[in-house]
Design a protein around this ligand. Structure first.
Ligand code: 4NP
Length: 155
C-alpha cells in the first residue's frame, strides 16, 4: 500500500506545485504518491507559475508537466497526509472536513520542522527572491517528511 501525500495552497500554481515536486524527488515513487491541489479554482488546467518552474529548475527539478487542479472533498479519502501552506488554507480545508479523521489529516507544512504555526508565504506578488525563499522552506520541510517516512524515503 502506498502512502499518499497531498500538498495544498490557494492557487496550486506557486507553492504546492513546488512542494509536490520537491517531496516527490526525495521519496521512492513505488511507495509514496505525491500530488497537489488548490483551494481556489482560478488556474485549473494550467501549468505552474513560470517563476515556480524557474526556481525548481535552478535546483534541478522539472515541475513543468504539472497541471493545476482544485481540492476536492474526495481528497480526504484518497490521501493519508494533507499539508497546507498557510492558516487560510488550513481553515478552508477544515471547513470542508466532514469527520475528525478528515480534519486530523490536515497539517501546516512547516509544523513538521517544529516551528510554531509558521506559514509558507504566498510569493505570487513577490519577486524571484520570494520564490527562492519559499523553495528553501518547503525543501527543509520535505526533507523532514522524507526522513520521517524512513524506508519509504530514497535515502
Ligand atoms: P499559490 O499562489 O497559492 O502559492 O499557488 C497564488 C497563485 C495565484 C493566486 C494567489 C496565490 N491568485 O490570486 O491568482
Amino acid at each position: 500500500m502506498k502512502t499518499n501525500v497531498l500538498m495544498v495552497c490557494l492557487g496550486n500554481i506557486c507553492r504546492s506545485p513546488l512542494a509536490e515536486g520537491i517531496l516527490a524527488s526525495k521519496v521512492d515513487p513505488e511507495k509514496v504518491w505525491v500530488d497537489s491541489a488548490g483551494t481556489a479554482g482560478y488556474h485549473v488546467g494550467r501549468p505552474p507559475d513560470p517563476r515556480s518552474i524557474a526556481v525548481a529548475r535552478s535546483h534541478g527539478l522539472d515541475i513543468s508537466n504539472q497541471r493545476c487542479r482544485r481540492f476536492s472533498p474526495l481528497d480526504f479519502e484518497r490521501f493519508d497526509y494533507i499539508y497546507v501552506m498557510d492558516q487560510k488554507n488550513l481553515s478552508d480545508l477544515l471547513d470542508l472536513a466532514t469527520s475528525p479523521e478528515d480534519a486530523q489529516k490536515v497539517k501546516l507544512l512547516l509544523d513538521v520542522l517544529g516551528t510554531n504555526s509558521e506559514e509558507v508565504p504566498d510569493p505570487y506578488y513577490g519577486g524571484a527572491d520570494s520564490f527562492e525563499k519559499v523553495f528553501q522552506r518547503i525543501d527543509a520541510a520535505c526533507e523532514a517528511i522524507a526522513k520521517n517516512m524512513g524506508d519509504n524515503g530514497k535515502r
